[in-house]
Design a protein. Structure first.
Lengths: 174, 363
């Protein structure tokens, strides 16, 4: 199921043109969920993960949470040649766990605390032993909630669906 | 010419204090919060983001508050702020075909596949002042639309223009891989002749009023292009980037956009049969008037490319693109009020001499 406007995995390709591995697809999915999460939601996810794996050594920040912009690109006519449309604020962060696992976060907006937490969660979710359990516990419920929120926003417009009729001029045939 | 002046520090500081006081207004009236502006002045926020060329609702709301609601001043504040932020890269091209649509209309087909959805629009309102909104303290909440619990995923929706282009009746928009040659006005200034990528970027941040007037002029006959609003869609689109440290692209969140596909008068050549041509408009959130005006002007600026005579203002790329930015326009117009004493003294001297010479000649 497509969540909150996220592209289906089938059409996404790696930089080298190859399809995503299941592990890459899973990571891509949770990064999208984390990018849309509030600070409170991220805190809750970290709490849930640490409840399973216990304490861990504090991560080393490779890139401090950094606020910047990225240039949003569009296509002429929606499908044509690419053009630079306008910029959007973005925050990024990269860190490393004691065992070498790297965690990263990229999210729209100015969200340093959120980015630091999301990068930590990204690293923790790449757990070789508990990975699937952590995803089911921490990511799946929020993902479903985000999808429902996106759906609800679209569904609000459903009653405004309109049927226009054209009127025939002159006398209608009997 | 403007010559630098010194002094006036105390007066300037006092003027800024007075400005802050006026901004706050009567202290007996509650102060506006950023969240109130963001939520309840949302179309002003949309405009400041489009023309400020930076998508960030909180920053735009803050700019509007600081600028006392002067949107052009707020746009200036956003443009100034964005110069302090590092550029972290480019997104992948957004796919408006996968928009989670809250509004979608077509003026060309009443039975467009997927249907037409009006969404939150001023269209078809009577434009009568609603005094219930002024009922202070009455706290009238608008009726909530019933919420439908629809578990189905949001389906991709083909664009009207995709359907027409597949038939060959509308000129296709094909992705030619322009690679690193895509114009970026934030890195390189505009140069002429300007290609369509540079023109679209300039129009995207252009003043809505200026584009609206130009678009209107094409409808009134100055560079007529017989437009139809093929499709207007509004909704959220996910934003993807390709980070350096990952081999696959990731999703960083969503932006709300309005896209306008204008379908225009057709033409054909000896090689190609006649087909409709296109104009494209894109604006943040609900900037619908802006997106429509942009689509009209995009099409009129394609005159040379489509072999039309370009003799109207809206078809003149240099005229349009050099004057469409309200930051530049307002800066140059408003600099006239800064002290020009030396300059004016020189002109005054010349004029007095000329008048004296004329008087002497007459005597």
């Amino acid at each position: 199921m497509r969540e909150a406007g996220i592209k289906d995995d089938e059409i996404v390709r790696c930089r080298d043109g190859s399809p995503l591995s299941p592990a890459q697809a899973a990571r891509r999915r949770w990064l999208a969920v984390l990018a849309r999460a509030s600070l409170a939601e991220l805190e809750a996810i970290r709490g849930a993960i640490e409840g399973v794996i216990g304490d861990h050594a504090p991560p080393r920040l490779l890139r401090q949470p950094e606020i910047g912009m990225t240039m949003l690109r569009g296509r002429m006519g929606g499908t044509g040649q690419v053009f630079n449309f306008s910029e959007i604020t973005m925050t990024r962060c990269t860190l490393q766990l004691a065992d070498g696992r790297l965690g990263c976060a990229y999210m729209s907006g100015r969200k340093k605390n959120e980015a630091r937490l999301a990068a930590l969660i990204d690293a923790l979710l790449q757990d070789p032993d508990h990975g699937e359990r952590l995803i089911a516990l921490a990511i799946d419920p929020l993902s479903a909630e985000q999808a429902a929120r996106a759906r609800q926003r679209v569904d609000k417009s459903a009653p405004t669906k309109v049927e226009f009729f054209t009127l025939v001029r002159g006398e209608n045939p009997a | 010419m403007y010559v630098a002046v010194k002094g006036g520090e105390r007066a300037i500081a006092a003027a800024h204090q007075l400005l802050a006081e006026e901004r706050r207004g009567d202290p007996a009236v509650p102060e506006l919060s950023i969240a109130q502006i963001e939520q309840q002045m949302s179309l002003a926020v949309d405009r400041v983001m489009s023309e400020g060329a930076l998508y960030d609702r909180d920053l735009a709301a803050l700019a509007i508050k600081q600028a006392r609601g002067d949107l052009v001043e707020a746009i200036f504040l956003i443009r100034a702020y964005r110069t302090t932020l590092p550029r972290l890269g480019y997104t992948l091209p957004i796919d408006t075909g996968r928009m989670a649509m809250r509004r979608r209309i077509s003026a060309t087909f009443k039975d467009v596949p997927g249907g037409q959805v009006l969404g939150p629009t001023f269209d078809y309102t009577h434009r009568l002042l609603d005094f219930t909104l002024a009922a202070e303290g009455a706290n009238v909440s608008p009726p909530q639309q019933p919420s439908i619990n629809n578990p189905a995923p949001i389906p991709p929706m083909p664009r009207v223009t995709d359907i027409l282009a597949a038939e060959g009746i509308l000129a296709p928009e094909v992705d030619i891989d322009a690679g690193d040659t895509i114009a970026d006005l934030t890195r390189e200034p505009l140069a002429f002749p300007a290609d369509r990528d540079a023109r679209l970027q300039a129009l995207a941040r252009a003043d809505e009023g200026f584009l609206l007037g130009l678009g209107y002029s094409t409808q009134r006959g100055y560079g007529r292009s017989h437009p139809f609003a093929g499709e207007i869609r509004m909704g959220a689109v996910s934003v993807e980037i390709q980070p350096e440290e990952l081999p696959f692209p990731i999703d960083i969140g969503e932006v709300e956009l309005t896209e306008c596909q204008m379908i225009n008068q057709f033409k054909g050549t000896a090689e190609t049969p006649p087909q409709f041509t296109r104009g494209y408009g894109l604006a943040f959130c609900q900037g619908e008037r802006k997106a429509m005006a942009m689509a009209l002007v995009d099409r009129s600026l394609r005159a040379a490319e489509l072999g039309e005579t370009a003799d109207s203002p809206a078809q003149d790329a240099e005229f349009v693109l050099c004057h469409c930015d309200n930051l530049e326009a307002s800066g140059f117009v408003q600099h006239l009020k800064l002290p020009h004493y030396v300059d004016f003294q020189a002109e005054l001297g010349t004029l007095r001499t000329l008048r004296a010479e004329r008087r002497e000649a007459a005597e």
